[in-house]
Design a binder for this molecule. Structure first.
Ligand SMILES: [Zn+2]
Length: 66
């Protein structure tokens, strides 16, 4: 069985730097302070939704482009 790498951003395949995916306590990650536009999740493959965190650079890129 292959281990799911949940430290990888589903959009760019780089490390998402999300503390929530690294077994750290919830509430201290940058993503808790950010607002994620609903539309950005449309770009995440459905089977990876809510499993993989989007990285900060993809979030910022998305906000600039939309
Ligand atoms: Zn990314």
């Amino acid at each position: 069985m292959s281990k799911v790498l949940n430290e990888t951003c589903p959009l760019c395949n780089q490390s998402n730097n999300c503390c929530n995916s690294k077994d750290k306590s919830l509430g201290i990650c940058w993503c808790n302070e950010e607002s994620f536009p609903r539309e950005i999740f449309n770009q995440v493959p459905p089977d990876q939704l809510r499993k993989l965190c989007i990285c900060k650079s993809c979030l910022e890129k998305f906000k600039i482009e939309h």
